[in-house]
Design a protein. Sequence first.
Length: 136
Amino acid sequence: MSDRRKHRATGRTEVGTYVPTTFDEVAGGPSLVEVHLTETFRGDIEGESTVRVLQAVARDGSASFVGVQRVRGSIGGRTGSFLLQPSGTLAGKVTKAEWFVVPGSGTGDLQGLRGEGGFEAQLGEHGSYWLDYDLQ
């Protein structure tokens, strides 16, 4: 029998590496930037994450972004990996985003993981996250 109750995972992230690379620019328009980063999750999710983000960065430094990241670790006492797909904004040094677990991306004991949540972080440093999830 499957457990369909939603659980809330919360905790903090710490950025290990943060490498932005501009790959397209036009005069007077936003720049396109790809960011490669790694994160460590602490709290209800424990693990490491590899992330790729695409940003549209305005001249004032604000940005809109989308990305995908793989988390390797544990959640709810189960171990494996899963993908998160974030989308959000950057204003000043504050990043805010919503994300969801990519359907079918769970491996190991995390097969069947579903969920949505988000995070708020200081650019390239640390942040807090939440994920409302269930496991089949």
